[in-house]
Design a protein around this ligand. Sequence first.
Ligand SMILES: CCCNc1ncnc2c1ncn2[C@@H]1O[C@H](/C=C/CNC(=O)c2cc(-c3ccc(F)cc3)cc(O)c2O)[C@H](C)[C@H]1O
Ligand SMILES: [Mg+2]
Length: 215
Amino acid sequence: TRKSRPQRLLKAVEGKATLGDPQSVITAIDHFCRHKEWAMNVGDEKGSILDSLVIELSPVNVLELGTYCGYSTVRIARLLPPGARFITLEFNPDYAAVARQVIGWAGLEDKVQLVEGASGDWIPRLREHFGVQMFDLVFLDHWKDQYLPDTKQLEECGLIQKGTVLLADNVICPGTPDYLKYVRNSPHYDSRYYRSHLEYTKVEDGLEKSVFLGF
Ligand SMILES: CCCNc1ncnc2c1ncn2[C@@H]1O[C@H](/C=C/CNC(=O)c2cc(-c3ccc(F)cc3)cc(O)c2O)[C@H](C)[C@H]1O
Ligand SMILES: [Mg+2]
């Protein structure tokens, strides 16, 4: 059967990137998505905003919801301090398989724990299974209608504490209206919109950064 788009994206990485060089993996994916086939990676423009926030935060415990092909996983993992712990959740086994290879090509497999499964099933088990107490940074980039329920579940499980930063992709396009309303209206979050564009296009989109202030 014909290769899937993620598999074609992986072929582009293998053909162009240098093994063990995260930047070359990022560049190869961006080139493929800009000139060959669009794919829903956070992309280079929003990716630069993501980079600056990761560098500024220098997080020790990071959670990503929605690995997809591993593009943002590589962007984040390449900037983490030694000893940081990065868990990324992906429930589609085909995407998880592609992402493992993209992350491996970047030489970052030791920095990332890719967990194959649904966020709803795994969030309640992260503490006892991985020994993580709370997350400094959560990057939300999975199904847009799951941002809010998963955020509430993370709060209930005590994995979001004072100072935790939530960074959400696509708050304009495709949009996450219920999540946006929640973080912007809640007295427990200090929220800020970083205006940008939908990956590889001129359409408006952006990232919402929400700092939890404690209960
Ligand atoms: C119920 C399970 C929830 N728990 C879950 N647990 C674990 N993994 C999960 C869960 N829910 C989903 N996933 C995984 O995350 C990925 C899903 C990613 C979804 N991303 C978008 O839909 C999007 C669309 C556009 C877009 C913009 C404009 C257009 F015209 C077209 C497309 C742009 C963008 O930047 C976008 O990120 C992956 C495909 C999927 O298997
Ligand atoms: Mg996205």
